[in-house]
Each structure stands twice: as structure tokens, then as C-alpha cells.
Design a protein around this ligand. Structure first.
Ligand code: ZN
Length: 258
């Protein structure tokens, strides 16, 4: 396979599970053509390790945000702290969103935390990386209420319906596909991925999670984004090179070069 430039638009390389193995992972990523990785923060205490990681590896672009699973860990001054981090690093906002699958997460608080970050992104003119599980109606209501995604946004590991995909595209979103699309029984994601407009398609790994099919685990890594590329090429009836080029250009336009 010829050399392709790949942009992994959603990972968490500051995850403590990857301590000590990032150097080797980055070597494997570079060898396969992964030239940019958006590494998304999930809570306040991983923002500093993320800044350090991005300073060490030129391929890693940081995004800062609070994931819906961690809304109970927030400090009283978290919005200012996030604003400062975003200003200092000219970074994207993420991972933010809504999760109505995990039990015990206060939905009202999730929405408040999501909205605060969406508004910060708009004020600072930044793109966002969004997590959404079984909360599509509320996500679209909130996005509409806020005037869409004026500076763009990626829906990470998209798992909604075709109708939701079309509406999100109208609201300014890009749809990102992960290793979950490599699972043989994931017909829904394959069908959606085949229909996404070429200028709104992205690829990601969500490393260290969402290990693609038939790979030794347990941890996922950016080099495995090639599995997503080859699966997308099959479902879109095109070449891996074309998927790589299209998603590279889309990601660069959305998240810039850091
Ligand atoms: Zn994630």
C-alpha cells in the first residue's frame, strides 16, 4: 500500500493506561502515515499531561474539555480554567457531549456542562469534538438553540441514524468513524458511513479504546486508524488512498495544524 497521510481526529494519548508506551505507539503511527492526532481531554486533571504530550510530539494536537462521564469532578472555577487553557494553546474544545446510556449521570448537569463548553467554543471561535450516546434528540435541540456549529465540530464514533446524520451535517457537523465500524455486525455504521458527504467524513481511533476487529489488544493505538480507512474504502466503494486524502483534508480544515 502506498504511503498515505492520515489524521486520527479523536484519541486520548494522555490516558494513564498509555504511560510508558506512547513513544513506541508514535513510532508505529508515523511508520504507517499518521501525521496528526487530535488528543482530547476528558477532565480537568488530564489537561496538564495533555499539554506536556503535545509539546513533546509535533503530531499531537490537544483539545481541552470535560467529558460527560466526569461532570462530578469539576472544580468551581472550571470554565475559567478551560478558557485559559484554550487561549494559551489555540486548541479545539473536546471531548464534550451527552451520554444517556451510562446510568447515574445527571442529565440536567450534563446539558449545562455541555452548553457552557459549546458557548466557550463559539466565543473563542474553536471547533468541537462531541460525544453522544442515545441523546440525539437533545443534542440536536441544543445545537439548534445555539445556532449550530459555526466553527465546525466532529461527532466522534458516530452511532446515530441516517436521519440524525443528515440533520447534524446541516448543523455544521463532520461525522467521524472509529474501529467500531470494522465489526462485521455493525451494519448501521457501515450504511451511514457510505452515505456521509465526502466533505464531512472523518476517521479516528479513540485510542486507547475501541480496538478494531481481530487485533491483539487490549489497548488501541493511532496506527490502527488504517483499519478504519480500509473499511470505509470498502463500504464507499473507493480506494484507501482516496479515503485517506479526503479525511486528511477535512480534518485539516476543521482542526487546523495546531
Ligand atoms: Zn473519546
Amino acid at each position: 500500500m502506498p504511503f498515505m497521510k492520515l489524521f486520527d481526529t479523536h484519541a486520548h494519548l494522555q490516558d494513564p493506561r498509555l504511560a510508558g508506551v506512547v513513544d513506541a505507539m508514535m513510532d508505529r503511527a508515523r511508520a504507517i502515515g499518521v501525521s496528526r492526532i487530535l488528543s482530547c481531554g476528558t477532565r480537568e486533571d488530564d489537561w496538564a499531561p495533555l499539554t506536556a504530550l503535545a509539546a513533546r510530539y509535533p503530531e499531537i494536537l490537544p483539545a481541552y474539555g470535560v467529558h460527560p462521564w466526569f461532570i462530578e469532578t469539576l472544580s468551581p472555577d472550571w470554565v475559567n480554567a478551560l478558557g485559559q487553557r484554550l487561549t494559551e494553546n489555540r486548541a479545539a474544545v473536546g471531548e464534550i457531549g451527552l451520554d444517556f446510556v451510562v446510568e447515574g449521570l445527571d442529565r440536567g448537569k450534563q446539558e449545562a456542562v455541555f452548553l457552557a463548553q459549546l458557548r466557550l467554543a463559539r466565543a473563542l471561535k474553536r471547533p468541537v469534538s462531541i460525544h453522544c450516546r442515545k441523546a440525539w434528540g437533545r443534542l440536536m435541540d441544543l445545537l439548534k438553540q445555539e445556532g449550530g456549529l459555526p466553527h465546525g465540530g466532529a461527532i466522534h464514533s458516530f452511532s446515530g441514524s441516517m436521519e440524525v446524520a443528515q440533520e447534524l451535517v446541516r448543523l455544521g457537523a463532520f461525522l467521524s468513524f472509529s474501529g467500531s465500524i470494522t465489526r462485521p455486525n455493525n451494519h448501521k455504521a457501515k450504511k451511514n458511513a457510505a452515505a456521509v458527504p465526502p466533505d464531512r467524513l472523518l476517521i479516528e481511533t479513540d485510542s486507547p479504546d475501541i480496538l478494531p476487529e481481530n487485533l491483539p489488544g487490549p489497548l488501541n493505538e493511532p496506527a490502527h486508524v488504517i483499519q478504519v480507512v480500509t473499511t470505509l474504502a470498502t463500504v464507499r466503494k473507493t480506494t484507501p488512498e482516496s479515503v485517506a486524502e479526503m479525511t486528511w483534508n477535512n480534518a485539516l480544515g476543521l482542526f487546523g495544524d495546531g
